[in-house]
Design a protein around this ligand. Sequence first.
Ligand code: C2E
Ligand code: CA
Ligand code: CA
Ligand code: CA
Length: 279
Amino acid sequence: AKESGRNNYQFFTTELNVRAQHRYALETNLRRALIEQEFLVYYQPKISLQTSRIVGAEALIRWQMPGIGLIPPDEFIPISEEIGLILPIGRWVLQQVCRQTSYWREHFTPDLVVSVNISPKQFQDPGLCRFIEQTLAESNLPPCALQLEITEGLLMGEIELLLPVFESLRNLGITISLDDFGTGFSSLSYLQRFPIDNLKIDRSFIHKIPENQDSVVLTHAIIAMANALGMSITAEGVENAEQMLFLTDSGCQEMQGFYFSKPLPATGFEKLLANNRKS
Ligand code: C2E
Ligand code: CA
Ligand code: CA
Ligand code: CA
């Protein structure tokens, strides 16, 4: 038993070394990626369930790593948060999105609203609001065209520190959406305490519709509650017509998911907008 314990320990330290090296390489590459502009923004359409038109998009970052290909955000956003790179990366995303959205509103869809994912570290950055204000002005984009998506985890921080940030962002005129709704804790009390404009029902609920009765009941209840509290609802992860019809009948306003479109590069999204002109 002693022998195997020691072997396990050796195995474990080797494994740790490999992971540390991997992590170090990732860090180095990420810093380079920012300088060399290797990031891209993809856009996934949001569809109005009432008019079937594209009313918005969610901006989703990708990393085009030379010689490797497209790397999804789950593989580099968490580590970027840990090493502090999320602030410059997040600012880069906001700048890209504001410029692009301004162009699209002018040439294709005047009421387009684009949402950007904001990590808790960015939300805690005291310069966030001023940066957004400047970026909107530089891009000539009205604040109502920008939405920030935050997660429930953020709301577990100190309310005295968080509320002023919410207030200054909302005074600017941008809207705030609560992402992955239903997967965190004590969600309901947060809805009372923070000024939130939109709820995004997590795709884990939508995924089980219509087979799973609990998901059906919960989704109904979330939509009714949000509407009663004056918040709009976006369903994410909509993959088929049954889900879309269920959501329309339940009073949901917007949907997003593979059923309509995957996230697309700017050029691909623009093609969709070109066919979206007529309202
Ligand atoms: P999220 O905010 O929950 O984004 C939705 C994710 O669901 C996206 O994955 C999208 O591609 C995927 N998705 C969309 N429709 C469907 C569907 O019908 N079925 C299924 N199974 N999946 C669908 P993606 O692009 O890989 O992004 C993963 C996560 O990375 C995002 O989750 C978000 O938390 C984070 N992220 C992406 N871009 C940014 C960014 O610019 N900043 C920050 N801080 N986080 C980002
Ligand atoms: Ca999101
Ligand atoms: Ca989400
Ligand atoms: Ca998520």
